[in-house]
Design a protein around this ligand. Structure first.
Ligand code: THG
Length: 369
């Protein structure tokens, strides 16, 4: 398939790190929240192996923050998510499906509780700010909603702990998964969380002071030499193997969190108030009619740019593939698919047409690894 370059304009925002990653060899961009998100630095497979063994620094500024503050901030945040935040703590991150009144997923952000009345919603690729503003206006909530200048740098991989310790000291290695705290670098404070869109371990630095953030970026590469640090980005192979879901790819407005295996983040038994609660109760009672599952396909390559139907021996559609990639670990194509309930069985067999050629595949559980 021919590749095209991406046309730059003000609408497709650059990040403070763009000029640096372009020097470091970014080879593909995608767009995320109307911003450039690096999608490749050369070979996807080489980056995959490097991420699993070393440390990478990622420009994930596209993970924008929606800040909600004010008297009704907690009420509004809770209204948007089916996860019970009534016992949430300041200094913690929470992975929370945001759903609408029909229980369709609007986004699947990480939510940070900064204060009792101040939150950051660290969003996936959809305009949560408009949804939040609409609700606040309709409900006459006393809140302030805006997108602050925060540009996340992720430090990911098994050697991220040693690298971050060198810069911030031992305290940073003692932080728990999904906790966050403030750390000083060259006179500026940075919010750093133990999180990130890989299962290889690491941190996310929420850079508010751009100048200090750029110095920190350079420091990470200077001190990271001994850990073989490289510029990287969310890796398609690693994230599918780990089943980190991608909003807009694996799930969308027409899917509910129970279909997407997000049951852990759905709380229907407490007295919190959120949009779609009754609808979700109804869905839970009836049982879902389809589910996101893993699939393994006897093919060597794939490029998914729209859903691809999965067909059984009787020529009926049993589901659709939504993301896929060749995994060097399994030596096959692996993917994430929405499968109709009767076929949500491990080893269920199907056929799939990739570039006009038919391949066989089977259903499996998520995550792959
Ligand atoms: N970091 C930050 N913002 C983000 C992402 C991120 N916004 C967009 C996107 N990624 C949101 N999606 C996810 C999906 C999964 C996770 C984080 C963000 C994740 N999940 C863990 C898991 O599945 O094991 C644990 C979640 C939990 O148990 O609480 O980390 O990456 N800032």
């Amino acid at each position: 398939m021919k590749n095209y370059s991406i046309a730059r304009s003000r609408r497709l925002r650059s990040t403070p790190y763009t000029s640096r990653i372009e020097k470091q060899g970014v080879t593909a961009y995608t767009s995320y929240n109307h911003m450039l998100l690096p999608a490749a630095f050369g070979s996807l497979e080489e980056s995959y192996y490097h991420l699993k063994e070393n440390v990478q620094v990622w420009d994930v500024a596209g993970e924008r923050q929606v800040e909600i503050s004010g008297k009704d901030a907690s009420k509004l945040v809770q209204l948007m998510t089916c996860r019970d935040l009534s016992k949430s703590k300041i200094g913690r991150c929470y992975y929370c499906p945001i759903i609408d009144d029909r229980a369709g997923i609007i986004n699947d952000p990480v939510i940070l509780k900064l204060r009792e009345d101040r939150w950051w919603i660290s969003i996936a690729d959809s305009d949560v700010i408009l949804f939040a503003k609409g609700l606040a206006i309709g409900k006459k909530f006393d809140v302030k909603i805006f997108e602050p200048n925060v540009d996340i740098l992720a430090v990911q991989g098994p050697k991220s702990f040693m690298l971050m310790e060198k810069i911030f000291g031992k305290k940073i290695t003692e932080m728990k998964f999904f906790g966050f705290d403030y750390f000083e670098f060259a006179g500026a404070k940075h919010l750093i969380a133990r999180s990130g869109w890989s299962k290889q371990g690491g941190y996310e630095i929420y850079v508010e002071n751009t100048e200090s953030g750029l110095n920190l970026y350079d420091k990470l590469f200077e001190l990271g030499k001994e850990f073989n640090v490289k510029a990287g980005c969310p890796n398609l192979i690693e994230r599918i193997e780990s089943a980190l879901l991608s909003f807009g790819n694996d799930m969308d407005y027409d899917d509910n969190p129970l279909e997407c295996g997000l049951d852990k983040y759905v709380n229907l038994d407490t007295d919190i108030n959120f949009l779609g609660k009754e609808k979700l109760k109804e869905i839970k009672k009836k049982g879902v009619t389809r589910k996101l599952m893993g699939v393994i396909i006897d093919a060597k390559e794939i490029s998914v740019s729209k859903s691809i139907n999965l067909i059984n021996g009787k020529n009926s559609k049993i589901g659709e593939l939504r993301s896929g990639v060749y995994s060097p670990h399994f030596k096959k194509v692996i993917g994430i698919a929405m499968i109709d309930k009767p076929y949500c069985k491990v080893s269920e067999i199907f056929k799939i047409s990739i570039n006009g050629e038919v391949f066989e595949g089977k259903v499996c559980d998520l995550p792959f690894i």
